[in-house]
Design a protein around this ligand. Structure first.
Ligand SMILES: Cc1cc2nc3c(=O)[nH]c(=O)nc-3n(C[C@H](O)[C@H](O)[C@H](O)COP(=O)(O)O)c2cc1C
Length: 366
């Protein structure tokens, strides 16, 4: 069975070299429309994008999503991602810290983010829910200390574990451990999906266990079944490859998952999974997200085209968000959330079949 380091390196290589986007499903943001305001009365340059997230100030409500750590090349990647976050005033998530909890020689591939990014940046640690029983509160504390994390993401990835060649698809008994961790960790625990989304049933369970926020990474961006399909092929496991392929487009689309989540909790919600422009970000923030997370596009730009390309990509997101806010007459993120929007097409149908009155968003008005 491939070791954790080999697996982590394979994930990066497949994520940047193969087409692992959802194919038959979108995020649904094409059915979320902000209402254009020809009579905007704002100065584009004075629009305020800043937000406070779990005690840290971000210059724009964007987090570079959790991706890596735990193999040789990860120190350089995480160092550059931290530099990007610091230069642009954005947040940053690290990938699963399991490798470093098992073998301290990998701690540096994570702690580099604080060293390079400095104490100002918002940094989120990461651990998988299926590993919680093994590491418990003590392991979660070590993960936080390793990077002086402002919050700890606990990722929920049942489909990913089930379709991968070396997964651990046993999710029994995590609830008790999560409850211990949320009560004793000292920093907020953020329940995070990895691209298949949360449903309202999940949100109710997670809130009852004391999480401090959710990152709803939904379907429509990077498909983890697709990544595992390519890994299975590479490792000659045709059975796993065909199972993974069947789940390529599984999951709750990001716009739907986000709407279900914000409709059912007052906890801070980060939207990720297929956020591919500042306009997607604007729609997510208008629906009620406090920030968005962007993962694979940043990694791909960094590793394929270099640091400046990744920086320009993120600058594009920031400027597009500003233009969208200008065009709906929202001078800050609070006003953006108050602006009316309409939800149409299959996203509306999905939400209404799930008992959500989409007109509550449509009616909101300045
Ligand atoms: C190469 C790679 C590695 C990832 N590793 C992790 C991880 O260790 N922990 C985690 O919670 N999410 C991980 N993710 C998932 C992302 O944080 C994100 O949820 C997902 O890619 C969807 O966002 P996107 O469509 O912007 O890529 C990883 C994503 C990529 C591309």
């Amino acid at each position: 069975m491939p070791s954790i380091e080999v697996r982590k390196a394979e994930h990066i290589s497949i994520a940047i070299n193969e087409d692992v986007d959802f194919k038959g499903k979108t995020t649904g943001f094409e059915h979320v429309e902000l209402i254009h305001r020809a009579t905007t009365s704002l100065n584009l340059e004075e629009i305020e994008l800043g937000v406070e997230l779990f005690g840290k100030k971000l210059q724009a409500p964007i987090i570079i999503g959790a991706m890596t750590g735990g193999f040789k090349g990860a120190e350089k990647i995480n160092g550059e991602l931290a530099k990007l976050a610091a230069e642009l005033g954005l947040g940053l998530g690290v990938g699963s810290q399991r490798a470093a909890l098992e073998n301290p020689i990998y701690a540096r591939t994570f702690s580099v983010v604080r060293e390079v990014g400095g104490e100002e940046i918002f940094v989120m640690g990461n651990i998988g829910v299926s590993q919680l029983k093994k590491y418990g509160l003590e392991g979660a504390k070590r993960a936080v200390e390793m990077i002086d994390a402002d919050a700890l993401a606990v990722h929920f990835n049942p489909v990913h574990e089930a379709v991968q060649i070396d997964g651990t698809p046993n999710f029994e008994g995590w609830e008790t451990v999560l409850k211990d961790i949320t009560a004793g960790l000292g920093v907020p625990v953020i329940a995070k999906e990895i691209g298949f989304g949360f449903s309202k049933e999940d949100v109710i369970v997670l809130e009852s266990l004391g999480v401090g926020g959710l990152e709803v990474d939904g379907a429509g961006g990077t498909s983890w079944a697709a990544i595992e399909y390519y890994r299975a092929l590479k490792n000659g496991n045709m059975l796993k490859a065909s199972i993974a392929k069947s789940f390529w487009d599984w999951g709750v689309p990001t716009a739907v998952s986000l709407a279900e989540t914000v409709y059912n909790t007052r906890l801070p919600v980060i939207a990720g999974g297929g956020i591919r422009s500042g306009l997607d970000a604007a729609k997510a923030l208008a629906l009620g997200a406090v920030a968005v997370a962007v993962a694979r596009p940043v990694l791909k730009a960094l590793l394929k085209d270099g640091y400046e390309a990744a920086k320009n990509l993120l600058k594009r997101y920031i400027e597009e968000l500003r233009v969208a806010m200008f065009s709906v007459n929202a001078s800050n993120l609070r006003e953006l959330r108050e602006r009316p929007l309409v939800i149409t097409g299959w996203v509306r149908e999905w939400l209404e079949l799930r008992g959500i009155d989409t007109s509550t968003w449509a009616r909101r008005c300045c």
